[in-house]
Design a protein around this ligand. Sequence first.
Ligand code: SF4
Length: 433
Amino acid sequence: MDTERVMGMLANAGFVCHHDPEHPTAPIAIINTCGFIGDAKEESINTILRFAARKSLTPQPPLPKARGRVYPLERLYVMGCLSQRYREDLAQEIPEVDGWFGKFEWDKIVESLSPIPFPKGTGCIMRQLTTPKHYAYLKISEGCNRMCSYCAIPLITGRHTSRPMEEILDEVRWLVTQGVKEVNVIAQDLSSYGLDIAQRHLLPELIDRMAQIEGVEWIRLHYAYPTDFPWELLPVMAKHKNICKYLDIALQHSSDQVLQLMRRHITCQEQEEVITRIRREVPGICIRTTLLVGHPGETEEDFDQLKAWVQKMRFDRMGAFAYSDEDGTYAHIHYQDDVPDEIKQKRVDELMAIQQQISTELMQEKIGQTMRVMIDREDGDFYVGRTEYDSPEVDCEVLIDRYAERPLCCKIGEFYYVKITKAEEFDLYGEIC
Ligand code: SF4
């Protein structure tokens, strides 16, 4: 969304913006970076180096004004978390970059590029969507107060700050006018929405009102925190058909010893109670979670316990990540990164193998069911879509053979009822009813 915001602001200042890192054509490039974990940092740096190499190969004529052709890269800017945290070091290492900006320094980027003063105060709707037209992400708050031991996010984004509810709802109305049907609500800590501005949970009210906006077909919730969960959200989710029966709630581990080291302020038993209650009050809900292995102090016994717990809980969707030692975090300062990298990776692989088996079994249960599917794209001989139980880019997809019986003609972004005929571990196959 930060990328979309900068693109919208630049468009407002008269620039033509494209989002296509693989096929850059413009004389100016802005790279938005992530610096939360090791892999993301590496990917960001590789992207900067790729563009820097491209720039150093090109001559430096004045900026052309025309569009629609491939220009030599003349100016290179970097924004985002990585730039915010390491800009001095990076500036020395990669002198081809013309400017380094922090995660929230959107105005400065536009001001440094635009010859005319940047029009301020135009609100949240200055966004140029980079997602397919029918879905969008919507950030409702920024920052986090939780201070989990391993996490650099609070160091980068600061304390949790909720956006005003009316501003968010206006943005949803605007998204609908742009053709968006699926709103993916995101926040670093969804559960805390409202606590800073109203001293109470406002997420249930926000989502209830959002669900009543005409044209909103799907609302999907990402990144809840299990402690201090806003329980009134559950009847709201059960009540509205257009709130996806889907919740992304990161649990990270199950060993009480590791949860304590992680400073998660919750026990395994309490986590189970949270998941059980969510499943009871929103029947059929798809729970997605994220787990972190290889945290300092995680023993073989802790990991065995985690594996058994994953088997027991049978999460619909699960991602596993290896701990990465991040500068400035509590774990970096107070613990020793004592799990070797190869053990971390082995644990990730083991956990994902367990989840693959669970996912295969859960997907097999879908065969014969008729599901409402939103078509995302065409891919070779298939239309590729998703159900309400699947988030874009990270979850399962439904593949529909375009030529199975008669040539099909589906519209991207439209809903169809699909009978599921076959299931693999992470994908379903079906035919339009
Ligand atoms: S709740 Fe999430 S964002 Fe906040 S510190 Fe913990 S892991 Fe980081």
